[in-house]
Design a protein around this ligand. Structure first.
Ligand SMILES: [Zn+2]
Length: 302
């Protein structure tokens, strides 16, 4: 059984007036309900993230300002998701802990676990950005080290946008490695420096993308030899995506996921799978690609 963290607040905590496609969480959950005939996924509801976990990755002033509702207008604008609802704080704490909880499960039990949300890789230590408030990936990696003594952790970010916040938070960390595959001309326009950044030109198709990923994953000796992989599996590399500029197909994304999962299961490395961007309009192709991701994780991590 693949454990997947999910709450209705992922969708309901964002205003219907926000330009962000908030319905995607509910839609992916519904599609999984109809496609997961073998009941290979078991759902868990996350609790709120403890503040001490947030402080592993974020500056106190930022955390306190957000929690008390006193972030200035410019900071809120940089995050987006506006207009904010009363539930934005609870939503953020629950969404973030979905990834931390999946990490705990994967580390304690081995295998794969996931969050039907998260992957909030544009959140920096001192501010949020690009729909991201707290960085669930960086926080989960730092909790894994604090609570389980795991040192070699790979954050593999295959969203079409660079994991700039993750790179900044962990830039001086010797053990937690950040890898970002992204389109060079996309948001964020000012890129940070990950341990490894791989940039693709707009219009890149499956063959080039997958052969680059394959040679990265098949390096010998294996890169970093991680004890834990946090996989940001954004699907905004799809050719139908409004905010991505790559031209990957559904089959290309399935092959991408399979490469990551088979490497990890072959080496017995626990994997935490998060969502990421997906902005097709209409949204259906993004929802289908995220549902594929979790069904694949349920199959390959079993
Ligand atoms: Zn993205």
């Amino acid at each position: 059984m693949f454990p997947l963290w999910y709450s209705k607040i992922y969708t309901d905590g964002i205003s219907p007036e926000a330009t962000f496609p908030r319905t995607r969480y509910r839609a992916v959950r519904a599609l999984l309900g109809s496609q997961d005939a073998g009941n290979s996924i078991v759902y868990h509801e996350p609790a709120a993230t403890p503040v001490k976990d947030l402080l592993l990755a974020h500056e106190t002033v930022y955390v306190e300002s957000f929690l008390s509702g006193s972030l200035d207008k410019g900071s809120v604008r940089r995050i987006g998701l506006r207009p904010w609802t009363e539930a934005i704080v609870e939503r953020t704490l629950v969404l973030t802990n979905g990834t931390i909880s999946a990490m705990r499960h994967a580390v304690e039990n081995g295998g794969f676990a996931g969050n039907l949300g998260g992957g909030t890789h544009h959140a920096y230590a001192a501010f949020g950005s690009g729909y991201c408030i707290f960085n669930d990936l960086a926080i989960s990696a730092l909790v894994a080290r604090r609570d389980y003594g795991i040192s070699r952790i790979l954050i593999l970010d295959l969203d079409v946008h660079q994991g700039d916040g993750t790179a900044q938070i962990l830039e001086n960390d010797p053990d937690i490695r950040t890898v970002s595959f992204h389109c060079g001309t996309n948001f964020p326009f000012r890129k940070m420096t990950s341990d490894i950044d791989v940039e693709f030109a707009p219009g890149t198709t499956d063959d080039e993308y997958l052969s680059t990923l394959e040679s990265f994953l098949q390096r010998d000796p294996p890169l970093f030899e991680p004890e834990l992989i946090l996989f940001q599996a954004g699907v905004d590399g799809l050719d139908t995506d409004k905010l991505g500029q790559l031209s990957l197909s559904h089959e290309g994304l399935r092959r991408r996921n399979e490469m990551v999962f088979s490497l990890a299961s072959g080496s017995g490395i626990p994997v935490v799978v998060t969502m990421g961007g997906g902005y097709s309009d209409p949204l259906t192709p993004s929802v289908e690609a995220h549902a594929d991701l979790f069904l694949q994780a349920a199959r390959d991590g079993a």
